[in-house]
Design a protein around this ligand. Structure first.
Ligand code: K1U
Ligand code: ZN
Length: 167
C-alpha cells in the first residue's frame, strides 16, 4: 500500500468531474486500499479519488472512533435526500479551514462494492454529511463553494500563501 499526495485548494484539478468506474478490478481495489491508508494517515473521515488526482467515481469513508468501519463506495449515487441539517465541515484539501454547511439530514445511496456488487445504504448525521461531501468532490465541488464569495477569496489567499511559504 502507499500514501497518496492530496491536492490542495485552489488547485484547478479539484474541479474535474470524475468518470464512472467501468470495471471493479485489482487496480481499483489497489487504489481504494491506498486511499484508505491515506485517509487514516491524514487523519480524516473520508477521501474522494479526485483529491488524489484520480478522476474516477470512488470514495472511502470511515466515521468510526476505532477506525474499523471502512466503507468503499464505487459509482455512488444518491437515490433519496430528506430533511436538512447544518454541520461543521473540514476538508483534507482545504487544511485548517472549518465552516458550517447545510446538507440533507438523511440520504439513501446506491453504489458498487469492491466485488463489483450493487448495494444500497441509508445514512444520517455525520455519515450522511461525509458521503455528500465526498460525492461533491467527484462532481468537482469543494465545500468552500457553499460559503460566501468573501470567505472563498480569503481562504484562497490564505492557502496560496501557505503553499508559497512551504516552497
Ligand atoms: O473529504 C475530505 O477532505 C475529508 C474530510 C471529510 C469531512 C469531514 C467533516 C465533514 C464532512 C466531511 C475530513 O476528514 S476533514 C478531517 C476531519 O474531519 C477529521 C479528522 C480527524 C478526526 C476526525 C475528523
Ligand atoms: Zn473534502
Amino acid at each position: 500500500m502507499a500514501l497518496l499526495k492530496i491536492l490542495h485548494y485552489p488547485d484547478p484539478r479539484l474541479h474535474t468531474v470524475a468518470k464512472p468506474v467501468s470495471e471493479v478490478d485489482d487496480a481499483i481495489r489497489g487504489l481504494a486500499a491506498d486511499m484508505a491508508e491515506t485517509m487514516y494517515s491524514a487523519p480524516g473521515i473520508g477521501l474522494a479519488a479526485t483529491q488524489v488526482d484520480r478522476h474516477i467515481r470512488l470514495i472511502v469513508v470511515d466515521i468510526s472512533e476505532q477506525k474499523n468501519r471502512l466503507l468503499t463506495l464505487i459509482n455512488p449515487r444518491i437515490l433519496m435526500k430528506e430533511g436538512e441539517s447544518v454541520h461543521e465541515e473540514g476538508c483534507l484539501s482545504v487544511p485548517g479551514i472549518y465552516d458550517k454547511v447545510a446538507r440533507a439530514e438523511h440520504i439513501r445511496v446506491q453504489a458498487l462494492d469492491l466485488a463489483g456488487k450493487t448495494f444500497e445504504m441509508d445514512a444520517t448525521g455525520l455519515l450522511a454529511v461525509c458521503i455528500q461531501h465526498e460525492i461533491d468532490h467527484l462532481d468537482g465541488k469543494v465545500f468552500v463553494e457553499y460559503l460566501s464569495r468573501l470567505k472563498q477569496t480569503r481562504i484562497r489567499h490564505k492557502l496560496l500563501k501557505q503553499a508559497r511559504e512551504a516552497m
